[in-house]
Design a protein around this ligand. Structure first.
Ligand code: SAH
Length: 397
């Protein structure tokens, strides 16, 4: 087994069971991509078993802090089974769910979503890439799913020195076939395409917030709803189900908007209640303000403006701007659900940004609920960096 020796003092984060070793912490040692290495402190004492990634800033991701642990097929089988067992304990009102959430499930770099009888996975680190075939078999075995589609086309693969790869990893008896699937989330039917959608095809992390939005819309009797960054219209369907008279869905992705229309029809709603707009949200908000439009409820769920803390300042300006405009477009008594999925923007900073937006807009609002990602996207006590989605429900005063 190859050893990776850390520089003096750099053992502390592994001792706190944080699973990453950065390039700058390493004194000596190297291995092949994804190879299991023994990480030791400056004196040669064992710290962790991990996967080596020669191109990545995160040079080692820990598999285990137990020296007696062997990193073999059985090890991965137990981790996969544990992830599946955890999900069975969670109250998830859908047959679409996050089955493996990377570090939080002890499998750094592996994302697996389940859509009914199908799985869709992203292998985003050298470690899980090396164990891919083993993991694929174990995932099917642990879930009873027949097919597994691979979506290893995220840009972080580049940081790991891994080429992009997509396609059927396990095609089932039918030899692959249709990548479009329909899930039942809450009382709704939502279609997605594992091959062409964003990430693995769907934003499962917003599941609980979509249900919450439906409840708020129903209670408030909100009629004119604006869904910004709508993607395939999860929040749109939620609002229509809750009795909204009309929903405007805005996104810059044409294919996503086509699917909004499909999802609206699939749930039996009159097409006249839904309007889709292929536009830049910022521009749309400005134009709407100029045109004197007003809405009773607005969702703002933008993409990651700040992937890391280094982008936080620019991202803060962008978040502030759209929140300021949205607050101005909202009727008094109206509801705003506003989110950030940027790991680089912690919840307290996001709240300050939205507060600043309110001040600039000259609008006060009651914070009626703090929002986060669904429970099948957990963080762990050892890895708080896993936290990324945060939001606020506001009612304009
Ligand atoms: N709320 C959605 C997920 C939103 S993901 C859901 O519940 O499923 C973010 C979306 O923002 C993506 O669909 C992306 O196409 C869109 N997007 C990114 N930048 C945009 C921009 N400047 N204007 C409009 N849409 C944008």
């Amino acid at each position: 087994m190859k050893a990776i020796r850390l520089r003096p003092g750099r053992e502390r984060s592994l001792q706190r069971r944080h699973p990453w070793v950065f390039e700058g912490s390493i004194a000596k040692g190297a291995a092949d991509p994804g190879e299991t290495v023994r990480v030791e402190d400056a004196e040669g004492r064992f710290l962790a078993w991990g996967a080596y990634s020669p191109k990545s800033m995160i040079r080692v991701r820990a598999w285990s802090f137990d020296e007696a642990q062997r990193i073999d097929r059985a090890f991965f089988e137990r981790r996969v089974q544990a992830a599946v067992a955890l999900r069975q304990r969670l109250p998830i009102a859908s047959n679409g769910l996050r089955l493996v959430h990377g570090e939080a499930d002890g499998l750094p770099g592996l994302i697996v979503d389940r859509y009914g009888d199908d799985l869709c996975a992203q292998f985003l680190s050298a470690g899980v890439e090396r164990w891919k075939e083993t993991l694929a078999d174990q995932l099917l075995q642990a879930t009873g799913a027949a097919r597994l589609y691979e979506r290893s086309d995220a840009s972080v693969r580049g940081l790991e020195g891994l080429p992009e790869h997509t396609g059927w990893l396990r095609a089932g008896s039918a030899g692959g076939g249709e990548t479009e699937v329909t899930i039942n989330e809450h009382a709704w039917h939502l279609t997605l395409d594992m091959a062409t959608g964003h990430k693995t095809g769907f934003y499962l992390d917003q599941r609980d917030n979509r249900a919450l939005f439906a409840r708020w819309v129903k209670q408030g009797g909100y009629q004119r709803v604006l869904n910004c960054f709508s993607y395939t219209g999860g929040f749109t369907v939620a609002a229509l189900a809750a009795g909204a008279g009309h929903v405007t869905s805005v996104d810059s992705s044409g294919p996503a908007l086509e699917r909004v229309t499909v999802n609206v029809a699939l749930n039996g709603f009159d097409a006249a209640r839904s309007e889709t707009l292929d536009a830049d949200v910022n521009q749309f908000l400005r134009d709407s303000l100029k045109a004197g439009r007003r809405f009773d409820a607005i969702v703002l769920d933008p993409p990651k403006f700040a992937p890391t803390a280094a982008h936080a300042e620019r991202a803060a300006r962008a978040y502030k701007d759209i929140n300021r405009l949205a607050l101005m477009l909202l009727e008094p008594g109206g509801l705003l659900l506003t989110f950030s999925c940027s790991g680089g923007i912690p919840a307290d900073l996001f709240h300050k940004i939205v507060a600043g937006a309110g001040l600039d807009a000259g609008v006060n609002a009651a914070i009626v609920q703090r929002l986060e990602g669904a429970c099948d996207h957990p963080t762990t006590l050892e890895f708080p960096e896993g936290e990324y989605l945060k939001g606020l429900a506001l009612i304009r005063l």
